[in-house]
Ligand binder design. Structure first.
Ligand code: ATP
Ligand code: FE
Length: 335
């Protein structure tokens, strides 16, 4: 069974081909244009998707060494994401499925960040049901109880900013280019995580809040730069390490709480921030400290990619869970 996956929810245009759940190709075109604006500009993202989508899909098919006619179905991201971006992938998927006369499968992007753990599953240790999935990305921060591939329950989420935004907005305050998350990670590895204490938000249950952290970083930096204009340059590693340490503590605290509450010790992470070296290390420590069994996706399946869309497509194909041509993109959807 050959599935073409198409992802266009934000600022990456991606296409992948999977054969029976194994990746044959996974092409990602990241849009550089947004860097100069310090964040994703929706209008420009949509236009770049229109330019990228045909060459990216062609390349995915070529790299997989198959013919379009071999495809069994097309899976695409229906949402959540930016409307103008989603529309490009949705329309393209529809017309290609129509032209090839094959089934069309709609995919929830956040479910895909979780089910990315089932890509190439016989080569890796995959999580056993039920497990807890913490999706930490540019637009979401959720703890999800995963009972089965398509039986998921959000048991905690952010009440304001996503954790990826906390990284990116803090990076912006430090004068780093967008997206700053990977850069903070890099500098953090060279710094002292206890150099500057940042406050942890008080929010109940299994929910998160990150907008206060961004504000305290801003006030702290403003104050320090007033005293020493070179404060950022002289302390960049320590600032990044301290910030990352605070963010990871917030995430691990909630995971501990969720694990205790549900009695589930199998824990997976997904989404762009799961590429972070600090969170990966902290999870591993959790195996010794709390008896967890943890799962981290392969690096290339953490940030947006079409292989994760295609794996959901494959799992839905097995259940004959197809969608019809009347399907429309949706900027906000839950599971
Ligand atoms: P969503 O999936 O919620 O719709 P998105 O698709 O835009 O949002 P992803 O592509 O999953 O988000 O993740 C992008 C985010 O991951 C960015 O905020 C980026 O800074 C962050 N990120 C990527 N690598 C790292 C890293 N090593 N450390 C911290 N953050 C990182
Ligand atoms: Fe994403």
């Amino acid at each position: 069974i050959y599935i073409l996956g198409i992802e266009s929810s934000c600022d990456d245009t991606s296409a992948a081909i999977l054969c029976n759940g194994k990746v044959l190709s996974n092409v990602v075109a990241s849009q550089k244009i947004h860097e100069q604006y310090g964040g994703v500009v929706p209008e420009l993202a949509s236009r770049a998707h229109q330019q990228n989508i045909v060459p990216v899909i062609d390349q995915a098919i070529k790299q997989a060494n198959i013919d379009k006619k071999d495809l069994s179905a097309i899976a695409f991201t229906r949402g959540p994401g930016l409307m103008g971006s989603l529309l490009v992938g949705t329309s393209f998927a529809k017309s290609l499925a129509l032209a090839l006369d094959i089934p069309l499968i709609d995919v929830n992007h956040m479910q895909a960040h979780i089910l990315a753990h089932f890509i190439d599953e016989d080569e890796f240790d995959k999580p056993e049901f039920p497990f807890l999935a913490m999706t930490i990305s540019g637009g979401h921060t959720q703890i999800v109880k995963v009972n089965d591939h398509f039986d998921m329950e959000i048991i905690g989420e952010t009440i304001d900013d996503a954790v990826g935004e906390a990284f990116d907005k803090s990076a912006k305050i430090l004068g780093l280019p967008y997206p700053g998350g990977p850069l903070i990670d890099r500098y953090a590895q060279l710094g002292n995580p206890k150099a500057f204490p940042f406050p942890k938000p008080k929010v109940g249950e299994l929910n998160f809040s990150f907008s206060g952290l961004k504000t305290s970083v801003l006030y702290f930096i403003q104050k320090m730069v007033k005293e020493n204009p070179n404060f950022i340059e002289e302390n960049l590693n320590d600032i990044c390490a301290s910030l990352q340490y605070t963010i990871i503590n917030i995430l691990i605290d909630k995971l501990k709480k969720a694990s205790k509450q549900t009695g589930i010790k199998h824990i997976a992470i997904g989404g762009g921030v799961s590429a972070n070296s600090g969170i990966r290390k902290a999870l591993k420590e959790g195996e010794h400290k709390y008896g967890w069994k943890t799962y981290v996706p392969k690096f290339e399946y953490t940030t947006d990619n079409a292989a994760m869309i295609a794996i959901v497509g494959y799992l839905k194909y097995l259940k004959k869970d197809f969608t019809d041509m009347a399907v429309v993109a949706k900027a906000r959807i839950k599971f």
